[in-house]
Design a protein around this ligand. Structure first.
Ligand code: AMP
Ligand code: GLY
Length: 412
């Protein structure tokens, strides 16, 4: 197969590496890769999605794999599908599961998928009356995409009120014209990524993402500072998870969800059972890095079966042990990352460590930091964290930060 991969973060590096190892790959093309993995394929330049689709036809591309959500929200899958180029990635309509939290809530409500109780707030709603329906801590969410920063959880009623006012007066532009207030849920969170072929929803093993910048309860949320998989689940949680997957599959069938792509469920295991915190329409970052390291099965073959609507024939084989990842980020992330530092000692790492590149730029034969999340340091073994953390110390750059408390949880 001739494959085009879209996106330039550590997640896309992991996807690209895995696809490049597939025996059914004949040629790999990349769009917007970062300098850390652009050598793995031929880079295509493009002006817009129409232009990219035309170039894809010229280059006889058999499959487009889309990493990030923005191009999906902007309709890349629709444009490629109209030219009969198969895509792993949702169409514009279903990208709303991620780009509109209100759309996602309505989907869940219609289909009896448990989620936090919520209320939609816009400029016509009385904020005090709305707040009176909830208890502290108050959960406030922008409806639209806000680069992972659109959720505020605040304890104080007055702060909640001013946060809502800030959101409505355009803190996240159009994305916070409408917002959600939500019941606060307590429990352990897991990420469940799955692939949908139009008939079958095939789940991957669940992963644990460490979203906060530090272990501090009040630390800001980030895209994710580390992850591991599989999560050890007790039999009751596993049963609930199986039920959830069946429920989601039935909902997608009922709604005639006409796409082939990824659905990521951000789940929380509460005393009342598993509930959905959010949907994403792409693989998670950083969860994908350990997930694909843990995967024995050929990823391209899974995708091929998906576009042929034959996911029922796929049996996924996973490695033993745990695959894990710790993110090296740069000071200021997620608000205002400092970039431009030289990254040192990349040549001094163990063979059993896999590094996926994200915010990097090459200069004079070395790499400089060029974004908030810089590198994903990954390994698969019975207990990968000691070696991963040794590597996090070995690699240096001036404004390096990372979470040092990421660990494997007992059964949840
Ligand atoms: P989201 O982008 O909606 O997944 O929210 C980001 C993070 O905020 C989640 O991973 C949770 O840690 C937290 N969060 C979101 N909604 C709630 C909620 N209703 N109750 C408690 N925590 C939440
Ligand atoms: N790590 C969470 C996400 O990809 O949205």
């Amino acid at each position: 197969m001739r494959v085009l991969i879209f996106g330039g973060g550590a997640r896309e590096h992991a996807i690209t590496l895995k696809i490049s190892q597939s025996p059914i790959l004949t040629k790999l093309y990349l769009v917007n890769p970062n300098d850390g993995f652009s050598h793995l394929g031929q880079v295509l330049e493009y002006e817009n999605f129409e232009d990219l689709a035309k170039k894809s036809l010229i280059n006889k591309i058999d499959l487009l794999i889309v990493g990030p959500e923005q191009p999906l929200v902007d309709g890349i899958a629709d444009i490629f599908s109209a030219k009969n180029i198969p895509v792993i990635g949702v169409n514009k309509k279903w990208a709303k599961l991620e780009s509109s939290k209100i759309f996602a809530k309505e989907f869940m409500l219609k289909n009896h998928i448990p989620t936090a109780k919520y209320k939609i707030i816009d400029k016509n709603i009385n904020i005090d009356a709305a707040l009176a329906d909830f208890n502290s801590p108050f959960v406030i969410k922008a409806d639209g995409l806000a680069a992972g920063k659109g959720v505020s959880i605040v304890k104080d009623l007055n702060v909640a009120k001013s946060t809502i006012q800030e959101y409505l007066s355009g803190k996240f532009g159009k994305a916070s014209k409408r917002i959600l207030m939500e019941e606060f849920l307590e429990g352990e969170e897991i990420s469940l990524m799955s692939i949908w072929d139009g008939k079958i929803l095939l789940p991957f093993i669940s992963a644990k993402d460490f979203k906060k910048l530090s272990a501090d309860m009040d630390a800001p949320n980030t895209g994710g500072m580390g992850a591991y998989c599989p999560v050890k689940l007790n039999s009751n949680t596993q049963k609930q998870l199986n039920y959830y997957i069946e429920n989601l599959q039935n909902a997608l069938i009922k709604e005639k969800a006409d796409f082939v792509g990824i659905i990521y469920s951000g789940l929380i295991i509460t005393n009342e059972g598993i509930k959905v915190l959010e949907y994403n329409v792409r693989l998670g970052d950083p969860e994908t890095q350990p997930l694909l390291m843990h995967l024995n099965t050929d990823l391209l073959l899974i995708f091929k079966y998906a576009i042929e609507k034959k996911l029922d024939a796929v049996k996924i084989d996973w490695k033993e042990g745990t695959s894990a990842c710790v993110v090296l980020a740069t000071k200021g992330y997620p608000q205002k990352p400092v970039t431009g530092d030289i990254i040192k000692n990349l040549d001094k790492i163990n063979n059993d460590i896999q590094i996926f590149y994200a915010g990097v730029k090459s200069k004079n034969n070395s790499f400089m930091t060029n974004g908030g999340r810089v590198l994903s340091i990954c390994k698969t073994s019975e207990n990968p964290f000691p070696t991963i953390y040794k590597t996090c110390e070995t690699i240096t750059f001036y404004n390096k930060i990372f979470r040092n408390d990421i660990k494997i949880y007992d059964k949840i």
